[in-house]
Design a protein around this ligand. Structure first.
Ligand code: DND
Ligand code: ATP
Ligand code: GLN
Length: 587
């Protein structure tokens, strides 16, 4: 039996469009002799639909669309579609009215539903808000075949206590399906990208295939949906744990496999009719993050209806990387760079921004802000009489720029991309209603040290391809500066970025306490200060644009910190401070 994976990029809520995407793949696959087509989790509405699931009219429309899709499918192909199914049980006392489901469509009918058992409710996932967990796992066989196919949905495969060394849920759907003597397990997923996640998924799936001697096909969604970027990279493992195929990362794709009914195992198939069993190579960390951000910007703009973007170009590394990402995502003709020198701007800031724009082939426009700064200062002079200039005046520059950028976004209907990186967002080294203005924060989950690494990788990639550098060399070597006052450098206010990023990684992603971070070898006073800045900047992050998630813990939907809180960050045992510290590479 030929089985194919449709690695789709659904648009959230676009039921007719998503059904059409499934239909197109089904017709192609049927022509190639595929008997069973797999689509991702909630493929009909896109993942995550969030509170759309609370609207009864949306649920009704999804059900109508599912039946319509079944009627339109070609004969001789069965399709597993991700959808919801009402819970006829008790929806009071915390019971939820829906199951997160897979529908089996065959013979132009909706034949059977399968329900998700393990509902992730951590980080960016909130499935207990909407869904009832199913109490058992199920399988199906298709007409004319004896293959028992067990159905699981994403998290259902993420509870192998042998792999994780612990249990997160009381049941293990794989073990139950194996006990029911299924021949194959299929998993329909919507698993967002984070650094290193594909390696983890594959290790986990290989482990389960080997442990239970069961072949597994894993189908993942691709595409950017708000802050989440789904990477696809769908895979299949034989019962001996051999990787048989890996679909493309960060791109739509289709792969097919053959299930050998005699050996009861999956096999690769020879290329035919546009279907293949390729093993795409894994991407390096820098390339994967770059690809994720390019897809994230592309899909955010496309799905929100923007053709063009505007970016403030300072000649610094953050805006340079964001402009490069936007150019790769949307094309040079759709990216507008605005240069806004102030009296504190260094001459190289304009030259570097112009060089970058030339390298990228994007259009630029200059709007000097000195006069506007003077007007603001004059207007405020009476009120501020006798007070010396401070961060207020620094921030005014950033706010003038932010205002101009939003005016340009309004006038031309462009999307403003903000450029703050994760290190700055963490400690609040950014101006509210200034450089934080924007519709999408492209690199707000990328630590500054990783920003440098990606830019160096980009230039190396261009060199290998026989092209000139993309990020001007001077941007890479000059010390980072906000240029809001004469000779200002980031490191006058912040610890060196290698140190800062390591402390932030430990505090944000590893949940280490200040005492633990100091015990790892960091200076106690620096740790106290950084952790205090991190806590205090919560009010800014709450007002920041949505940011693209690439690490295990981003400042987005999975980060729910109080603002009006008082925490003590005193490091009690500074004598435990040992030097030198082993720094983590930035995630
Ligand atoms: N808990 C809370 N809830 C609500 N609002 C709160 C608040 N705490 C302070 N605030 C308000 O926020 C204001 C402070 O925030 P804000 O006005 O943004 O300004 P602030 O954080 O004081 O200053 C911005 C810092 O970022 C640096 N910067 C700016 C621009 C770009 C870059 C760069 O390198 O990219 C760096 C700049 O040099 C300065 O050190 C307070 O004056 C107060 O009005
Ligand atoms: N002279 C300028 N012209 C245009 N935009 C600017 C200018 N200065 C700052 N900006 C905008 O404000 C953002 C914050 O810039 P700033 O130089 O203060 O910080 P940064 O974190 O060092 O960023 P970058 O590395 O891009 O310079 C920039 O990324 C850019 O979008
Ligand atoms: N949709 C899901 O169930 C996702 C949860 C899963 N652990 C993942 O990130 O891949």
């Amino acid at each position: 039996m030929k089985i194919a994976i449709a690695q789709l990029n659904p648009t959230i809520g676009d039921l007719t469009g998503n059904a059409q995407r499934i239909l197109n793949r089904a017709y192609k696959a049927a022509d190639a002799g595929v008997r069973l087509l797999l689509t991702p989790e909630l493929s009909l509405c896109g993942y995550p639909p969030r509170d759309l699931l609370l609207r009864p009219s949306f649920i009704e429309a999804m059900s109508d669309q599912l039946h319509e899709l079944a009627r339109q499918l070609p004969p001789n192909i069965a399709v597993l579609v991700g959808t919801v199914d009402p819970n006829p049980g008790n929806a009071i006392d915390g019971g939820k009215p829906l199951f997160n489901s897979i529908a089996l469509l065959d013979n132009r009918q909706v034949c059977q539903f399968f329900h998700k058992r393990l509902l992730p409710t951590y980080d960016v996932f909130d499935e207990h808000r909407y869904f009832e967990p199913a109490s058992n796992s199920n399988f199906f066989t298709l007409d004319g075949s004896s293959i028992k196919i067990g159905v699981t949905i994403c998290e259902d495969l993420w509870n192998d206590e042998e792999f994780w060394g612990k249990r997160s849920y009381s049941c293990n759907p794989i073990a139950d399906l194996v006990q029911a003597k299924v021949d194959l397990i299929v998993n329909l997923s919507a698993s967002p990208y984070t650094v290193g996640k594909q390696e983890l998924r594959e290790a986990m799936l290989r482990h389960s295939a080997l442990r239970y001697q069961i072949p597994i096909i894993y189908t993942n969604q691709i595409g950017g949906n708000d802050d989440l970027i789904f990477d696809g990279s769908s895979v299949a493992f034989s019962r001996s744990g051999e990787l048989l195929c890996r679909a493309k990362a960060f791109a739509k794709d289709g792969v097919a496999l053959h299930f050998n009914e005699t050996n009861k195992d999956l096999e690769a198939i020879a290329p035919s009719d546009g279907l293949h069993t390729a093993i795409e190579p894994l991407k390096s960390k820098n390339e994967a993050i770059w690809s994720a951000l390019v897809l994230g910007v592309h899909d955010y703009a496309r799905k929100c209806g923007f053709g063009k973007v505007v970016i403030g170009l300072s000649g610094g590394i953050d805006s340079s990387l964001v402009a490069a990402i936007a150019t790769a995502a949307l094309g040079a003709e759709n990216v507008l760079g605005i240069l806004m020198p102030s009296p504190h701007s260094s001459p190289h800031s304009i030259a570097d921004a112009v060089d970058l724009a030339k390298n990228l082939g994007i259009q630029t426009h200059q709007l000097p802000i000195a006069e506007m700064m003077e007007t603001y200062d004059r207007s405020l002079s009476e009120l501020f009489a006798g007070m010396s200039p401070d961060v207020t005046e620094e921030n005014l520059q950033s706010r003038i720029r932010g205002n101009l950028l939003m005016a340009i976004a309004n006038k031309f209907g462009h999307l403003l991309l903000s450029t703050g990186n994760k290190s700055e967002m963490a400690v609040g080294y950014c101006t509210l209603y200034g450089d934080m203005n924007g519709g999408l924060a492209v690199i707000s989950d990328v630590p500054k040290t990783r920003v440098y690494a990606i830019c160096k990788w980009l230039n190396e990639r261009e060199k290998q391809a026989g092209r000139g550098e993309m990020i001007p060399g001077n941007v890479l070597i000059k010390p980072p500066s906000a240029e809001l006052k004469p000779d200002q450098k980031d490191e006058d206010s912040l610890p060196p970025y290698e140190i800062l990023d390591d402390i932030l990684y430990r505090a944000i992603e590893n949940h280490e306490s200040p005492v633990e971070i100091v015990a790892a070898g960091h200076d106690p006073a620096t740790v106290e200060r950084v952790v205090q800045l991190l806590t205090r900047a919560e009010f800014k992050r709450r007002q920041a644009p949505p940011g693209l998630k690439v690490t295990d813990r981003a400042f987005g939907t999975g980060w729910r910190m109080p603002i009006a809180a008082r925490l003590r960050h005193i490091v009690k045992n500074p004598q435990e401070h040992k030097s030198p510290v082993t720094l983590h590479a930035a995630p």
